[in-house]
Design a protein around this ligand. Sequence first.
Ligand SMILES: O=C(O)CCC(=O)C(=O)O
Length: 388
Amino acid sequence: MTLRAQDLGAARNYGDEEAAMTAYRRDGEARAMKLGNRGPIRYNADGTLAQDILDAYWRTGFYVFTGVLKADELDDIEADIKTLLDRLPASEDSELDSRGNRAITADCKAPTVFWAKPLSDPFGGTELANGRHPAKMFEPEPAPDAPEKSIYLLLGSLQFSEACLRVYGHPDLLRVAAAVNGDDFTPFNEGLFIKQPGLGASVAWHQDGVTHWESPQWDQGTHGFNFMAQLYGCTSANGLWIVPGTHKLGKVDIKAMVDEAGTDRLPEAVPMLCEPGDVAINNRQVLHGSFANTSADTRLTVNFGFHRRSSVLGVTAGGVHNEAATYDLGRIEERSRVIMYGIDARRQRYPGETPYLYQPLAAREKEYRWHSDLLPSLKDYNLLDLSI
Ligand SMILES: O=C(O)CCC(=O)C(=O)O
């Protein structure tokens, strides 16, 4: 599998819906740029995250941090991902990659590789993932020579890429995580969303989170957030769309919203617009989804999420990304070691940065020295994802 748009199949369009889709994108872009939720990561004099950033994040449910990953880091990520993609299974039922070697994911026990038909909506209107995608998205016609299926999501991505592990340990992003979820924040999961031109599947409108919706303690931050780092940037055609403010509303009736709009183009939604190296933070409760990628541009999102400790500790959950379990302190600590490895891996590659100090494991910092030989020890680490 190749990555760059120009290497890939022809871009498609939305057929009869193309004109409406083009207008929707243009209007959405204008609304997005008026939201006041983008710019570099900034701090107050005391080192805390700038209050206006936090305010804009909590107001809208997302924020685009511009220019977080520089060119050399993007090059590292691209190199890792190209190697990784070449080592994935050649087809859905194959254990071999396209060169005939055993695929890098062939022995993974955790759900790792996700395939979809070109430009399809694999989840909308089904009971999959707890039925959280109740409305079907429009499925444009793929090119006649498009492959039967392609990979659109890879979970447990840190076991395959040290460059992604180093993004995971980024000091500024971890400071943002602490500002939003508290110093004792915990992991959620990590993945790569691969949205190829003319192939990339849609992700139907949904809110993340399966627990806590009925809890009296539920609030706008209960289900944490995902960071979405963009290797090539993202546009209104290949990127995520968000309905601002919906993270505060509890569970919204997605089917009713789509029925009322008479289309999957929800009228108040805005696209997440990013340049290469921008990293967005997206509240998991905000209503979000992405359309089939009929554009000529690849989107590659390095996704990684964090929770408040209070949202996972003692909670019985799972079932969407892994087996159901009760998340005790031992499990949280075991899963959090990957944060420590990310921090140390980053420290070695970027000695000029001040590494983030992860409070919950700070006293045991020396136990978590990273070395490339440790990569195999992360095999299936995502069986311990904290999925709520
Ligand atoms: O990136 C996408 O297209 C979908 C991402 C998403 O739905 C999520 O991270 O929950």
